[in-house]
Design a binder for this molecule. Structure first.
Ligand SMILES: [Zn+2]
Length: 457
């Protein structure tokens, strides 16, 4: 018995001593990140080893869907020794800014004079300001609403709208959330702008599907607009997720059409504009809506309204299963023409013909006779709403237009008053900016890696 006890004690003491006897690995302490939002994130840590530390490498990034594995590395400068402090700063102005709420991660590789390498645990932090007292409210499994101004009722109202939007997308469009989406609600568009490094061409909101993030500037007086904008941007996240791939491309009319469709219906001025264009035979060609939308305000609005109408026609005539099939075909790299043929049996021109017929528009190409006929417009899928004329009203925010390639959307100028205006703006913008930012960040990471590699290695 005593032997057993002795053996136990011995092995216990060996266990205790072992780490000392074994060749030591570096000890990492004070491993932290200092966020100076929205400018920089500084990573730093202290490393100690029994022998000199000769190399410290920082691996870092932000969590998002990407095409292929690209890990950014940085090589902080330090004086070799048994205890070293290393620090490296991620300059967002150089890399392209990340959205508020982005999840940063990092880890250290430490190599000592014996060639032994120690890798720290991977740590994460949320890229967000500490100026606002952020509060969080969950609604269901897939929505986290973050806000700092306005009471619970304000937040509950928005969270409900968001939840209903997700439900609508799931039941009506076949778009299902598969990961929690973080929505950051700023109290105003000015606050929102302060959170973004680059002066955006939009002011209302933006979606970042690759990171499951939506940002919006909603004041308590803009709640009507805010609800629609929320749902619109969430829809972009859902579409982005379902169709994410490195080869696919979703035409703008479809991406924006789904987003506007999720808002419920067109506002009165947009509805009227669409009816006028239908009656006057001034509808834009569907093919022209595949890329960037026009920067001319009226045309931009019509682009959103038409996108809505076309998408609504597809979903309500052929069902959500086919819509899902169409999106998946696009994700897999099928061209829009081929994807349409596979799914519906017609290409873009065929779609245009069917849609025009459904809404009572004249066939394309335009017949020889002049178009101006006073035939009443009938829009089967849309319930016409009588109401305010197409007059401009004042909008909480004005969103200039910008255009990008077809991957990205375009946000349009804000129409005023009615919710759709702003939302539209957001919509386009969001999509566009999303893709753009994704590409930017990836590019920056790659170039940064090249740069750091070149400088240090
Ligand atoms: Zn959009």
């Amino acid at each position: 018995m005593r032997k057993i006890i002795m053996a136990l004690i011995l092995s216990l003491s060996l266990l205790t001593v072992m780490p000392g006897l074994a060749s030591p690995v570096a000890n990492i302490t004070n491993n932290e990140i200092i966020i100076e939002f929205p400018e920089t994130a500084t990573f730093r840590a202290t490393f100690t080893d029994n022998v000199n530390i000769t190399l410290v490498v920082l691996e870092y990034g932000n969590e998002q869907q990407t095409c292929g594995e690209v890990i950014a590395k940085a090589f902080p400068q330090f004086t070799p020794g048994k205890t070293v402090k290393a620090e490296w700063t991620w300059e967002m102005r150089q890399s392209g800014s990340l959205p508020p709420g982005a999840r940063l991660w990092w880890r250290w590789h430490v190599i000592d004079a014996n060639g032994k390498e120690t890798v720290s645990e991977t740590k994460t932090a949320t890229w967000l300001d500490d100026v606002h007292a952020w509060k969080t409210m969950n609604n269901g499994d897939f929505l986290r609403l973050h806000w700092y101004e306005g009471d619970q009722i304000f937040a509950i109202d928005l969270a409900k709208a968001a939840y209903n939007g997700l439900q609508f997308n799931e039941t009506q469009s076949g778009l299902k959330a598969d990961a929690p989406i973080d929505v950051y609600v700023y109290a105003s568009t000015d606050d929102l702008k302060d959170a973004i490094l680059y002066e955006p061409s939009w002011t209302g909101g933006q979606a970042f599907p690759d990171q499951d993030i939506v940002i919006l500037g909603i004041s308590e007086s803009d709640l009507d607009w805010g609800r629609d904008a929320m749902v619109h941007e969430l829809t972009h996240v859902l579409v982005g997720h379902l169709t994410f791939s490195c080869i696919g491309d979703v035409p703008t009319w479809l991406n924006e059409g789904l987003a506007v469709y999720s808002e419920g219906k067109l506002d009165t001025p947009s509805q009227r504009q669409l009816e006028d264009a239908t009656r006057d035979d001034t509808l834009l060609s569907v093919r022209s809506l595949s890329g960037s939308f026009s920067e001319v305000s009226d045309k931009a609005y019509l682009s959103y309204s038409q996108s809505y109408s076309i998408t609504k026609f597809l979903i309500e005539t052929y069902g959500q299963d086919r819509m899902t099939a169409l999106l998946l075909a696009l994700r897999d790299g099928t061209t829009i023409d081929d994807a349409l043929v596979q799914t519906y049996g017609f290409n873009i021109e065929g779609l245009e013909a069917a849609w025009r017929q459904a809404i009572g528009a004249q066939p394309r190409p335009v017949p020889a006779q002049p178009t101006a006929q006073a035939t009443p417009t009938y829009v089967p899928t849309i319930i016409p709403v009588s109401g305010a004329p197409l007059a401009q009203q004042s909008t909480p925010t004005v969103i200039p237009t910008s255009s990008f390639d077809s991957t990205a959307g375009t946000e349009m100028p804000a129409r005023t008053g009615p919710p759709l205006g702003l939302s539209l703006v957001l919509l386009g913008i969001c999509c566009v900016m999303l893709s753009l930012i994704g590409v930017l960040i990836l590019g920056v990471i790659v170039s940064r890696q090249n740069r750091t590699d070149g400088k240090n290695g």
